[in-house]
Design a protein around this ligand. Sequence first.
Ligand SMILES: [Zn+2]
Length: 245
Amino acid sequence: MWYINIDSFKEANGYTIDGIWYPRVTSIVSIKAKPALYMFYAGLPDYKTGEAIKSKSAEEGTLLHETVEAILRKEPIVIPDQVKPAVNAFMDFYNNNELIAHKIEERVISKKHHFAGTMDVLAELNGVLGVLDIKTSMAIYRDYSMQTSAYIEALTEDKTLPPLTRWILRLDQSKRCLKCPATLRDKGGREKIRGEKGQCQHEWGPMKGEVEIKELNTFDSDIKAFLACKSLWEWENEYWLKKIK
Ligand SMILES: [Zn+2]
């Protein structure tokens, strides 16, 4: 990454809280290589197409986050058409579980390890307290466990909160073929077919929402991996970090 000055580095990679700058959790975890991302770019005509898909897909993800968070805040909402199936899937989940949001989009700080982040939801799910992270991806990737372990560390290191669990709540939407097991997903304006076997003139059914919840229970190894990322991230950005200290 290239930055024109220290302020642009600080802005892009962290938060200034009470006059102290902290690196952001998502910037730190971005140092880890993501081989799947190379495969994604390799399947596209050019780099620009990839960036366009990523930005449109991020926009849809933000829209879904905002809608779900408004539901959790019990605010009146108009569900945007683009994300309606996924929101409906979430509503089913919400109506069938006891989900109470205590904090939403809250800044958390680790003074011990010097980093900060914004967690999605501090929630009580069926009587258990934990951090709920909402993802709008095709699957639950292992990398999410590093990011969420950092939030847990920040929330619990001063011992004012009891031990917390973590969940990834994945929301997505896709169409199923009526004649074969294939599914079609439209993400960032790009249609992607998965699970194709043999020849089929697909006939797509309606767009349907999906909801998946996964509890993560590997905190010790996840936070170790996160802190290792942080060391690597600091090494990579040594030039800028020296100017801050
Ligand atoms: Zn088919």
